[in-house]
Design a protein around this ligand. Structure first.
Ligand SMILES: Nc1ncnc2c1ncn2[C@@H]1O[C@H](COP(=O)(O)OP(=O)(O)O)[C@@H](O)[C@H]1O
Ligand SMILES: [Mg+2]
Length: 240
């Protein structure tokens, strides 16, 4: 990799608001190509709002540059078309639909043959999907639903995956499994990942770089292993 290579995603002075309330106040984040980047911070610090501002789901200002191109007036659909998959908070799987229907929703830009090819790739990471294809997504466990949400995002063959608290409400063993899978997907498929997490321990272990948010601003950032070793950061921002 040359030092002049463009980052995959860059936000500059990104602000996002809900009506009159500004939730994030100028966030600068860089995701290098092929990196796993963690977005940490307490509840209400602005993680979800940052991801939503990136995909244009909330009212926002500032710039988002993706693959060297400024994404002006973007919508979640624009982002999907450019290769950004968003796995939202609460997963967003449709419980009344089957596993297979949920997966095909992720592949809406693909024809039947491409969808099948993509499925064959995705099922390598989630082999249990094959037996559960026709089951209603609502009957899956919480961990399985989170994995289905990730699998659905992968169906669109993304370059960048945004994940919002994939560990939420899941047992530690399942959380480890999910982060192991994310690392494997990152390594084997080259998908770059920006993951918002309250579970700093597990996220930092996977991340090349991490940003800690506090009240809608970046309080500190650095390489994952550096932040993990920094006592001040641990005590002040990570709570362990
Ligand atoms: N729908 C909303 N309407 C008004 N304020 C909101 C809404 N969602 C979030 N906020 C506010 O924005 C701030 C950041 O929230 P959020 O991005 O959800 O944080 P996190 O994901 O880190 O928990 C908080 O102060 C929160 O109260
Ligand atoms: Mg959140």
């Amino acid at each position: 990799m040359t030092t002049t290579e463009l980052p995959l995603l860059e936000t500059r002075d990104l602000c996002g608001r809900y009506g009159q309330i500004e939730a994030i106040h100028g966030i600068d984040i860089t995701v290098e190509r092929g990196a796993i980047v963690a977005l940490l911070g307490a509840n209400g610090s602005g993680k979800t709002s940052t991801l939503r501002a990136i995909t244009g789901t909330i009212k926002c200002e500032g710039t988002v540059v993706y693959d060297g191109v400024a994404l002006a007036r973007r919508t979640p659909e624009d982002c999907a078309r450019t290769g950004i998959a968003h796995v939202p908070e609460g997963r967003g799987t449709l419980s009344a639909l089957s596993v297979w229907e949920n997966l095909t929703l992720g592949a809406y830009t693909k024809n039947r043959k491409q969808t099948q090819e993509r499925y064959e790739r995705v099922v390598v990471y989630f082999p249990w999907l094959e037996d559960r294809k026709h089951q209603n997504a609502g009957t899956l466990s919480g961990g399985e639903q989170q994995m289905l949400a990730i699998a659905r995002a992968l169906m669109m063959e993304p370059t960048l995956m945004l994940l919002d608290e994939p560990s939420l409400g899941l047992a530690p063993m399942i959380v480890r499994q999910i982060f192991d899978l994310l690392r494997q997907i990152n390594k084997d498929d080259g998908v770059s990942i920006l993951v918002a997490e309250q579970n700093a321990t597990v996220a930092l272990a996977a991340a090349d770089h991490a940003y800690v948010l506090e009240a809608g601003n970046v309080a500190v950032h650095g390489p994952g292993d550096e932040l993990m070793r920094d006592d001040r950061v641990r005590r002040s921002y990570l709570g362990y």
